[in-house]
Design a protein around this ligand. Structure first.
Ligand SMILES: C[S@@+](CC[C@H](N)C(=O)[O-])C[C@H]1O[C@@H](n2cnc3c(N)ncnc32)[C@H](O)[C@@H]1O
Length: 211
């Protein structure tokens, strides 16, 4: 579901920054060779992630759900000097492709890939993280919040993708992903440790700041 018209989105794209040639190539190869290319953040959301990261200048970033590494590279653009990103995915078929693109960027040696289930990997990472991008299995978002919040620095931000789930959060659908996202949206807006705002960007992107 698109929350704004195609015409308006074209206008927005035309008047927003352009992605790099490397990101264009990664987007193209993902669409040609990888299943479910819709999962990739894409130019508009990618530029937003990049800009937010540049504003935060994080020393350490965590990404849950690497996929082909598009958002990883966007987030890396704002890293403080000597900073690094931990990025987690359980799909081993994507590891080589991610690394091939990471190494063509200026951030190759600042990106650490973690292969495995995010629930297990998160327990082994201590952070602390100034910025987190949550973009993996929606069913576990509430659990991921509990695993991430203690690793987030004061003033750090957690970005959560797909929180409007094509508008299904409004419905009485009982599938696991929809009910988990409904619970997640309620949970992070009522937790006193954080302040939260949902942006109607793409499929819904929440910015949550730790007080
Ligand atoms: C929406 S895609 C990530 C897109 C990427 N962040 C981007 O913006 O280009 C979700 C990814 O989460 C991964 N994933 C799903 N469940 C997972 C789990 N339990 N542990 C680790 N990775 C998981 C999938 O393999 C998939 O690559």
């Amino acid at each position: 579901m698109d929350f704004i018209s195609e015409e308006l989105q074209q206008y927005i794209d035309k008047h927003s920054m352009e992605e790099s040639d490397l990101l264009k190539a990664l987007d193209r190869e993902t669409h040609q060779k990888v299943l479910l290319p819709r999962m990739l953040s894409g130019s508009y959301q990618g530029r937003l992630l990049s800009l937010l990261s540049k504003m935060m200048m994080p020393k350490k970033i965590l990404e849950v759900g690497t996929y082909t590494g598009y958002a990883t590279l966007c987030l890396a653009e704002g890293l403080a000097k000597g900073g690094s990103i931990d990025t987690i995915d359980h799909n081993e078929e994507l590891v080589d492709m991610q690394r091939r693109y990471f190494d063509q960027s200026p951030y190759g040696n600042q990106i650490v890939q973690h292969l495995g289930d995010a629930k297990d990997i998160l327990k082994t990472l201590s952070g602390p993280y100034d910025m987190v991008f949550l973009d993996a299995d929606k069913e576990n978002y509430p659990l991921y919040f509990d695993l991430i919040i203690e690793k987030l620095t004061t003033g750090g931000i957690l970005l959560s993708d797909n929180v409007l789930w094509s508008g299904k959060v409004l419905s009485s659908a009982t599938d696991e992903a929809t009910t988990a996202l409904q619970a997640y949206n309620q949970k992070i807006n009522s937790d006193a440790r954080v302040e939260t705002i949902i942006l109607p960007v793409r499929d819904g992107l929440t910015i949550t700041r730790k007080r």
